[in-house]
Ligand binder design. Structure first.
Ligand code: NAI
Length: 302
Protein backbone atom coordinates (compact mmCIF):
# COMPACT_ATOMS: atom_id res chain seq x y z
CA UNK A 1 0.00 0.00 0.00
CA UNK A 2 1.67 3.27 -1.06
CA UNK A 3 1.20 6.02 1.51
CA UNK A 4 -0.93 8.99 0.50
CA UNK A 5 0.87 12.22 1.43
CA UNK A 6 0.23 15.89 0.79
CA UNK A 7 3.69 17.36 1.46
CA UNK A 8 4.02 20.61 -0.48
CA UNK A 9 0.28 20.67 -1.24
CA UNK A 10 -2.14 23.43 -0.20
CA UNK A 11 -5.72 22.48 0.63
CA UNK A 12 -8.78 24.65 1.19
CA UNK A 13 -11.60 22.98 3.13
CA UNK A 14 -14.78 25.05 3.34
CA UNK A 15 -16.96 24.57 6.42
CA UNK A 16 -13.98 22.97 8.16
CA UNK A 17 -14.89 24.21 11.65
CA UNK A 18 -17.05 21.19 12.42
CA UNK A 19 -18.31 17.79 11.28
CA UNK A 20 -16.92 16.37 8.05
CA UNK A 21 -14.82 19.39 7.12
CA UNK A 22 -12.97 19.31 10.46
CA UNK A 23 -12.16 15.63 9.93
CA UNK A 24 -10.74 16.33 6.44
CA UNK A 25 -8.73 19.35 7.60
CA UNK A 26 -7.10 17.45 10.46
CA UNK A 27 -6.10 14.52 8.27
CA UNK A 28 -4.85 16.68 5.39
CA UNK A 29 -2.57 18.43 7.90
CA UNK A 30 -1.46 15.14 9.50
CA UNK A 31 -0.39 13.99 6.03
CA UNK A 32 1.66 17.08 5.29
CA UNK A 33 -0.78 19.52 3.61
CA UNK A 34 -0.93 23.22 4.44
CA UNK A 35 -4.59 23.84 5.16
CA UNK A 36 -6.96 26.80 4.95
CA UNK A 37 -9.67 26.12 7.52
CA UNK A 38 -12.66 28.13 6.28
CA UNK A 39 -15.75 28.42 8.44
CA UNK A 40 -18.36 31.12 8.87
CA UNK A 41 -19.13 29.71 12.31
CA UNK A 42 -22.90 30.09 11.99
CA UNK A 43 -25.73 27.91 13.24
CA UNK A 44 -27.03 24.82 11.46
CA UNK A 45 -29.68 26.94 9.71
CA UNK A 46 -27.07 29.42 8.46
CA UNK A 47 -27.82 32.16 10.98
CA UNK A 48 -25.07 33.95 12.92
CA UNK A 49 -21.29 33.92 12.57
CA UNK A 50 -18.28 33.33 14.82
CA UNK A 51 -14.52 32.98 14.49
CA UNK A 52 -14.28 30.23 17.09
CA UNK A 53 -15.22 27.26 14.85
CA UNK A 54 -12.31 27.80 12.44
CA UNK A 55 -9.92 28.93 15.19
CA UNK A 56 -10.46 25.75 17.25
CA UNK A 57 -9.58 23.52 14.28
CA UNK A 58 -6.54 25.62 13.35
CA UNK A 59 -5.32 25.30 16.94
CA UNK A 60 -5.90 21.54 16.88
CA UNK A 61 -3.82 21.26 13.70
CA UNK A 62 -1.04 23.41 15.13
CA UNK A 63 -1.03 21.37 18.34
CA UNK A 64 -0.36 18.29 16.19
CA UNK A 65 2.57 20.05 14.52
CA UNK A 66 0.67 20.83 11.29
CA UNK A 67 0.28 24.06 9.29
CA UNK A 68 -3.06 25.83 8.96
CA UNK A 69 -4.64 29.27 8.71
CA UNK A 70 -8.21 30.27 9.48
CA UNK A 71 -10.62 32.07 7.19
CA UNK A 72 -14.03 33.24 8.37
CA UNK A 73 -15.71 34.31 5.12
CA UNK A 74 -19.03 33.00 3.94
CA UNK A 75 -18.67 30.89 0.80
CA UNK A 76 -21.90 32.42 -0.47
CA UNK A 77 -20.45 35.70 -1.80
CA UNK A 78 -17.99 36.34 -4.62
CA UNK A 79 -15.89 38.56 -2.31
CA UNK A 80 -15.88 35.79 0.32
CA UNK A 81 -14.84 33.12 -2.19
CA UNK A 82 -12.06 35.34 -3.53
CA UNK A 83 -10.82 36.06 -0.03
CA UNK A 84 -10.80 32.34 0.89
CA UNK A 85 -8.55 31.63 -2.10
CA UNK A 86 -6.45 34.77 -1.38
CA UNK A 87 -5.93 33.47 2.17
CA UNK A 88 -4.39 30.30 0.71
CA UNK A 89 -2.25 32.14 -1.83
CA UNK A 90 -1.04 34.77 0.67
CA UNK A 91 -0.19 32.21 3.37
CA UNK A 92 1.04 29.27 1.29
CA UNK A 93 1.55 30.51 -2.30
CA UNK A 94 -1.04 28.43 -4.19
CA UNK A 95 -4.09 26.15 -4.07
CA UNK A 96 -3.83 22.47 -5.06
CA UNK A 97 -6.93 21.07 -3.40
CA UNK A 98 -10.43 22.46 -2.83
CA UNK A 99 -13.04 20.63 -0.80
CA UNK A 100 -16.46 22.26 -1.29
CA UNK A 101 -18.01 21.14 1.96
CA UNK A 102 -19.70 24.09 3.75
CA UNK A 103 -23.41 23.57 4.17
CA UNK A 104 -26.60 24.30 6.08
CA UNK A 105 -30.17 23.00 6.24
CA UNK A 106 -33.64 24.62 6.25
CA UNK A 107 -35.99 21.66 5.89
CA UNK A 108 -39.67 22.25 5.05
CA UNK A 109 -42.18 20.40 2.90
CA UNK A 110 -42.25 21.93 -0.59
CA UNK A 111 -45.79 23.31 -0.27
CA UNK A 112 -44.76 25.31 2.84
CA UNK A 113 -41.24 26.29 1.79
CA UNK A 114 -40.65 30.06 1.60
CA UNK A 115 -38.68 31.91 -1.06
CA UNK A 116 -36.06 32.80 1.57
CA UNK A 117 -35.62 29.14 2.55
CA UNK A 118 -35.19 28.22 -1.11
CA UNK A 119 -32.80 31.08 -1.93
CA UNK A 120 -30.60 30.63 1.15
CA UNK A 121 -29.92 26.95 0.45
CA UNK A 122 -29.13 27.58 -3.22
CA UNK A 123 -26.92 30.45 -2.13
CA UNK A 124 -24.78 28.52 0.40
CA UNK A 125 -24.47 25.18 -1.39
CA UNK A 126 -24.53 26.00 -5.11
CA UNK A 127 -23.54 29.65 -5.35
CA UNK A 128 -21.06 28.97 -2.52
CA UNK A 129 -19.35 26.32 -4.62
CA UNK A 130 -19.25 28.73 -7.57
CA UNK A 131 -17.84 31.60 -5.49
CA UNK A 132 -14.92 29.56 -4.10
CA UNK A 133 -14.27 27.27 -7.06
CA UNK A 134 -13.99 30.07 -9.64
CA UNK A 135 -10.89 31.75 -8.14
CA UNK A 136 -9.44 28.40 -7.01
CA UNK A 137 -9.88 26.89 -10.49
CA UNK A 138 -7.98 29.78 -12.04
CA UNK A 139 -5.02 29.26 -9.68
CA UNK A 140 -5.08 25.50 -10.38
CA UNK A 141 -5.23 26.15 -14.14
CA UNK A 142 -2.15 28.39 -13.92
CA UNK A 143 -0.31 25.65 -11.98
CA UNK A 144 -1.57 22.82 -14.23
CA UNK A 145 -2.68 20.85 -11.18
CA UNK A 146 -5.83 20.62 -9.10
CA UNK A 147 -8.08 18.29 -7.17
CA UNK A 148 -11.64 19.42 -6.37
CA UNK A 149 -14.14 17.45 -4.32
CA UNK A 150 -17.77 18.61 -4.20
CA UNK A 151 -20.34 17.44 -1.69
CA UNK A 152 -23.75 16.36 -2.93
CA UNK A 153 -26.30 14.32 -0.98
CA UNK A 154 -28.43 11.22 -1.32
CA UNK A 155 -31.32 13.63 -0.76
CA UNK A 156 -30.57 15.21 -4.12
CA UNK A 157 -29.50 12.05 -5.94
CA UNK A 158 -32.44 9.93 -4.80
CA UNK A 159 -34.91 12.27 -3.02
CA UNK A 160 -35.86 12.98 0.60
CA UNK A 161 -39.04 14.42 2.12
CA UNK A 162 -38.78 18.05 3.20
CA UNK A 163 -35.54 18.89 1.37
CA UNK A 164 -36.52 20.38 -2.01
CA UNK A 165 -34.24 23.41 -1.51
CA UNK A 166 -31.27 21.36 -0.27
CA UNK A 167 -31.72 18.59 -2.87
CA UNK A 168 -31.94 21.04 -5.77
CA UNK A 169 -28.81 22.86 -4.63
CA UNK A 170 -26.95 19.59 -4.13
CA UNK A 171 -27.80 18.36 -7.63
CA UNK A 172 -26.55 21.67 -8.98
CA UNK A 173 -23.14 20.63 -7.70
CA UNK A 174 -23.28 17.51 -9.85
CA UNK A 175 -23.84 19.72 -12.90
CA UNK A 176 -20.91 21.92 -11.87
CA UNK A 177 -18.70 18.84 -11.49
CA UNK A 178 -19.69 17.52 -14.92
CA UNK A 179 -18.51 20.71 -16.60
CA UNK A 180 -15.38 21.18 -14.47
CA UNK A 181 -14.48 17.58 -15.35
CA UNK A 182 -14.47 18.53 -19.04
CA UNK A 183 -12.99 22.04 -18.74
CA UNK A 184 -10.32 20.99 -16.21
CA UNK A 185 -9.07 17.95 -18.15
CA UNK A 186 -6.30 19.70 -20.05
CA UNK A 187 -5.02 21.38 -16.87
CA UNK A 188 -4.81 18.15 -14.82
CA UNK A 189 -7.70 19.33 -12.63
CA UNK A 190 -9.78 16.36 -11.45
CA UNK A 191 -13.22 17.06 -9.97
CA UNK A 192 -15.29 14.44 -8.15
CA UNK A 193 -18.31 14.48 -5.86
CA UNK A 194 -19.20 12.61 -2.70
CA UNK A 195 -22.60 11.83 -1.22
CA UNK A 196 -21.78 11.21 2.45
CA UNK A 197 -23.83 9.88 5.35
CA UNK A 198 -22.28 10.82 8.70
CA UNK A 199 -23.00 11.95 12.22
CA UNK A 200 -22.89 15.75 12.52
CA UNK A 201 -25.12 18.54 13.73
CA UNK A 202 -26.87 18.39 10.34
CA UNK A 203 -28.00 14.81 10.98
CA UNK A 204 -28.32 14.64 14.79
CA UNK A 205 -32.11 14.92 14.76
CA UNK A 206 -32.51 12.87 11.57
CA UNK A 207 -30.57 9.70 12.41
CA UNK A 208 -31.55 7.33 15.26
CA UNK A 209 -28.99 7.58 18.16
CA UNK A 210 -27.57 4.04 17.68
CA UNK A 211 -26.88 4.74 13.99
CA UNK A 212 -25.63 8.26 14.72
CA UNK A 213 -22.85 6.89 16.92
CA UNK A 214 -21.65 4.50 14.20
CA UNK A 215 -21.64 6.96 11.29
CA UNK A 216 -18.40 8.69 12.13
CA UNK A 217 -17.12 11.54 9.89
CA UNK A 218 -13.76 9.73 9.95
CA UNK A 219 -15.30 7.12 7.62
CA UNK A 220 -15.86 9.83 4.96
CA UNK A 221 -12.39 11.32 5.30
CA UNK A 222 -10.49 8.45 3.55
CA UNK A 223 -12.31 8.73 0.21
CA UNK A 224 -12.08 12.53 0.23
CA UNK A 225 -8.34 12.38 0.86
CA UNK A 226 -7.86 9.76 -1.84
CA UNK A 227 -9.87 11.79 -4.39
CA UNK A 228 -7.83 14.86 -3.42
CA UNK A 229 -4.51 13.07 -3.87
CA UNK A 230 -2.11 12.91 -6.79
CA UNK A 231 -2.76 9.15 -6.89
CA UNK A 232 -6.34 9.76 -8.02
CA UNK A 233 -6.57 9.95 -11.80
CA UNK A 234 -10.39 9.71 -12.02
CA UNK A 235 -12.66 12.68 -12.54
CA UNK A 236 -16.36 13.40 -13.01
CA UNK A 237 -17.58 10.64 -10.68
CA UNK A 238 -20.00 10.55 -7.74
CA UNK A 239 -19.41 8.30 -4.73
CA UNK A 240 -21.75 7.28 -1.90
CA UNK A 241 -19.94 6.84 1.40
CA UNK A 242 -20.88 6.11 5.00
CA UNK A 243 -19.83 3.85 7.89
CA UNK A 244 -17.13 2.23 5.74
CA UNK A 245 -19.31 1.67 2.61
CA UNK A 246 -17.92 3.27 -0.57
CA UNK A 247 -19.82 2.96 -3.86
CA UNK A 248 -19.92 4.76 -7.16
CA UNK A 249 -23.31 6.09 -8.18
CA UNK A 250 -24.01 7.67 -11.58
CA UNK A 251 -26.41 9.39 -13.89
CA UNK A 252 -26.71 6.88 -16.72
CA UNK A 253 -28.07 6.76 -20.23
CA UNK A 254 -29.79 3.58 -21.39
CA UNK A 255 -29.76 2.15 -24.89
CA UNK A 256 -33.47 2.91 -25.26
CA UNK A 257 -35.33 2.40 -28.49
CA UNK A 258 -35.19 3.94 -31.95
CA UNK A 259 -38.58 4.62 -33.50
CA UNK A 260 -39.13 5.73 -37.08
CA UNK A 261 -36.48 6.84 -39.55
CA UNK A 262 -35.82 10.47 -38.54
CA UNK A 263 -38.23 11.67 -41.23
CA UNK A 264 -41.69 10.25 -40.61
CA UNK A 265 -43.86 11.60 -37.74
CA UNK A 266 -44.01 9.57 -34.51
CA UNK A 267 -47.32 9.02 -32.68
CA UNK A 268 -47.78 9.10 -28.86
CA UNK A 269 -49.15 5.55 -29.24
CA UNK A 270 -45.74 4.40 -30.43
CA UNK A 271 -44.24 5.75 -27.17
CA UNK A 272 -46.96 3.86 -25.28
CA UNK A 273 -46.21 0.64 -27.14
CA UNK A 274 -42.48 0.94 -26.42
CA UNK A 275 -42.81 2.29 -22.88
CA UNK A 276 -41.30 -0.69 -21.02
CA UNK A 277 -38.11 -0.44 -23.14
CA UNK A 278 -37.95 3.39 -22.95
CA UNK A 279 -38.22 3.43 -19.15
CA UNK A 280 -36.06 0.32 -18.74
CA UNK A 281 -32.37 0.76 -18.08
CA UNK A 282 -31.02 -1.79 -20.55
CA UNK A 283 -27.31 -1.33 -21.24
CA UNK A 284 -27.33 1.87 -19.15
CA UNK A 285 -23.98 3.59 -18.73
CA UNK A 286 -22.62 6.96 -17.62
CA UNK A 287 -21.66 9.38 -20.40
CA UNK A 288 -18.62 11.65 -20.46
CA UNK A 289 -20.38 14.61 -22.10
CA UNK A 290 -23.65 15.60 -23.74
CA UNK A 291 -21.98 15.02 -27.12
CA UNK A 292 -21.86 11.29 -26.34
CA UNK A 293 -25.66 11.20 -26.05
CA UNK A 294 -25.88 12.36 -29.68
CA UNK A 295 -24.31 9.09 -30.79
CA UNK A 296 -27.55 7.26 -29.95
CA UNK A 297 -29.42 9.55 -32.34
CA UNK A 298 -26.86 9.47 -35.15
CA UNK A 299 -28.57 6.74 -37.24
CA UNK A 300 -31.66 8.99 -37.33
CA UNK A 301 -29.71 12.12 -38.23
CA UNK A 302 -28.04 10.79 -41.39
P1 NAI B 1 -21.80 20.56 9.85
O1 NAI B 1 -22.94 21.47 10.15
O2 NAI B 1 -21.21 19.79 10.98
O3 NAI B 1 -20.62 21.35 9.12
C1 NAI B 1 -20.85 22.30 8.13
C2 NAI B 1 -19.95 23.48 8.39
O4 NAI B 1 -20.13 24.44 7.33
C3 NAI B 1 -20.27 24.21 9.70
O5 NAI B 1 -19.12 24.29 10.53
C4 NAI B 1 -20.76 25.58 9.25
O6 NAI B 1 -20.42 26.64 10.14
C5 NAI B 1 -20.09 25.73 7.91
N1 NAI B 1 -20.79 26.68 7.05
C6 NAI B 1 -22.13 26.79 6.86
N2 NAI B 1 -22.42 27.78 6.02
C7 NAI B 1 -21.23 28.34 5.67
C8 NAI B 1 -20.88 29.40 4.81
N3 NAI B 1 -21.81 30.11 4.16
N4 NAI B 1 -19.57 29.68 4.66
C9 NAI B 1 -18.61 28.98 5.30
N5 NAI B 1 -18.91 27.97 6.15
C10 NAI B 1 -20.20 27.65 6.32
O7 NAI B 1 -22.33 19.56 8.71
P2 NAI B 1 -21.66 18.29 8.00
O8 NAI B 1 -22.58 17.15 8.19
O9 NAI B 1 -20.24 18.13 8.38
O10 NAI B 1 -21.82 18.71 6.46
C11 NAI B 1 -20.73 18.90 5.59
C12 NAI B 1 -21.26 18.82 4.17
O11 NAI B 1 -21.71 17.50 3.90
C13 NAI B 1 -22.44 19.75 3.88
O12 NAI B 1 -22.31 20.27 2.58
C14 NAI B 1 -23.62 18.81 3.95
O13 NAI B 1 -24.72 19.28 3.21
C15 NAI B 1 -23.01 17.55 3.36
N6 NAI B 1 -23.72 16.33 3.67
C16 NAI B 1 -23.70 15.83 4.93
C17 NAI B 1 -24.37 14.67 5.22
C18 NAI B 1 -24.29 14.01 6.55
O14 NAI B 1 -24.82 12.88 6.67
N7 NAI B 1 -23.66 14.63 7.55
C19 NAI B 1 -25.21 14.01 4.20
C20 NAI B 1 -25.10 14.58 2.91
C21 NAI B 1 -24.40 15.71 2.67
Amino acid sequence: MSEIRFDGRVAIVTGAGAGLGRSYALDFAKRGAKVVVNDLGGARDGSGASHSAADVVVNEIKALGGQAVANYDSVATVAGGENIVKTAVDAFGKVDILINNAGILRDKSFAKMTEDEWDLLISVHLRGAYCVTKPAFNVMRDNQYGRIVCTTSGAGLYGNFGQANYSSAKMGLVGLMNVLNIEGAKYNIKTNTIAPVAASRLTEDVLPPDLFNKLKPDYIMPIVLFLASEANQDSGMIFNCGAGWYSRTAIVCAKGVTIGDGKRPIKPEEIQDNWSVIKGLDEAKPLGSVAESFEYMMPLLK
